[in-house]
Design a protein around this ligand. Structure first.
Ligand code: 15L
Length: 276
C-alpha cells in the first residue's frame, strides 16, 4: 500500500482546531493538500499545501477547489449546536456541494460526523454503529443527514465515504464524559490517513474514539480501513471522574451538554427509546 496518495487531498474546515492539526500532520507525511475554510488559515501554510478561502454555500467554488483531488476530508461547517438557520447553509447545502464535487472528481469523502447524531441514546446503552440515529439538536441532525447523504451517494453514484462519528477530539479529556468519548489528535490523524489510503471503503461508519475502557460504543467498520486507536482516556480517570455536571438529563445521555441546550420537557421520557 503506497503511503503517499497519488492525488491531492481537499481538507475543509482547515482553520479550525482539528483542521489545523490535520494540515500539520498530513503535510509532515509529504502529502499534497488543498486547504480551505471560510476564515483565514491562522498558521503558516505547511509545505506542499495551498490555502483558499471559500464558503461551503458556494457550490462553484467547492467544485473548483476539488478539481484533481482524490479525497475530501470534510471538517468544514458548523461544529457545535446552533440555531437551525445557522446550521442550514454550511451543513446541509454545503454538504451537498461536497458530495457533488466528490461525484464529479470520483473522489472519496471522509465526513466528520459526530456523536451528537446519536446523542439521545442512554449512556448505559452500548451502541453498534448501525444503531438508530437519535440526534440531540440541529447540529446532530445535520450530522445524521450527512451520514445518510453519504449512503445515498454511494448507492446511487458509487461515491465512497467514511463517516467518522467523532466523540470528543481534544488535546486531553476535560470531564468525566470524555473518559468515554475522547479521541486523541494522533488517533484522528491516523484514521484520516488510513481512510485515504484504504483500497476500498464503500460507505461505512466508524466511531471516532480512542481505546477508552469506559466507551459507549462497540462494533463499527474500522477493519475496512485497518484503523486501531493507540491512545486512551484511561490514564485521566483519577483526575476526571468527579467532573460531572450535576444535571440528570446531561448525565443520562451520551450527547452530554448538547442534550440540555434549549431542552423544554417538564419530565424526561421513562427509559431507553430503542433496546439493542
Ligand atoms: C462535537 O461534535 C463538537 O464538535 C465538539 O466541540 C464537542 O462538543 C464534541 O462534539 C463532544 O461531544 O464532546
Amino acid at each position: 500500500m503506497p503511503d503517499i496518495p497519488t492525488k491531492p487531498i481537499l481538507l475543509t474546515g482547515a482553520s479550525g482546531a482539528l483542521g489545523r492539526m490535520l494540515a500539520r500532520n498530513l503535510a509532515a507525511r509529504g502529502w499534497s493538500l488543498v486547504l480551505t475554510d471560510i476564515v483565514p488559515f491562522p498558521d503558516d501554510v505547511p509545505p506542499g499545501c495551498r490555502f483558499v478561502t471559500a464558503d461551503l454555500n458556494d457550490g462553484v467554488a467547492i467544485l473548483k477547489l476539488a478539481e484533481g483531488c482524490g479525497m475530501i476530508l470534510h471538517f468544514g461547517g458548523v461544529s457545535t449546536e446552533q440555531p437551525f438557520e445557522d446550521v442550514l447553509g454550511p451543513n446541509i447545502r454545503g454538504l451537498f456541494h461536497i458530495y457533488e464535487a466528490a461525484r464529479r472528481e470520483k473522489a472519496r469523502v471522509l465526513f466528520a460526523s459526530s456523536n451528537h447524531s446519536i446523542g439521545f441514546h442512554e449512556r448505559s446503552e452500548p451502541l453498534d454503529a448501525d444503531c438508530q440515529f437519535l440526534p440531540d439538536g440541529y447540529y446532530g441532525l445535520s450530522k445524521a443527514y450527512g451520514e445518510l447523504m453519504g449512503r445515498m451517494y454511494w448507492f446511487k453514484h458509487g461515491v465512497e465515504n467514511v463517516n467518522v462519528r467523532i466523540g470528543s477530539c481534544f488535546p486531553e479529556p476535560v470531564d468525566a464524559r470524555m473518559l468515554s468519548t475522547w479521541l486523541s489528535y494522533d488517533d484522528l490523524a491516523e484514521l484520516c490517513a488510513q481512510a485515504t489510503l484504504a483500497a476500498a471503503t464503500e460507505s461505512c461508519v466508524i466511531w471516532g474514539a480512542s481505546a477508552n475502557a469506559r466507551t459507549y460504543w462497540r462494533a463499527d467498520s474500522r477493519s475496512v480501513i485497518g484503523w486501531l486507536p493507540q491512545d486512551s482516556a484511561d490514564p485521566f480517570t483519577g483526575q476526571m471522574q468527579a467532573r460531572v455536571s450535576g444535571n440528570p438529563v446531561q448525565e443520562r445521555y451520551q450527547g452530554g451538554g448538547y442534550t440540555v441546550i434549549d431542552y423544554t420537557r417538564a419530565t424526561p421520557p421513562p427509559g431507553p427509546m430503542f433496546s439493542r
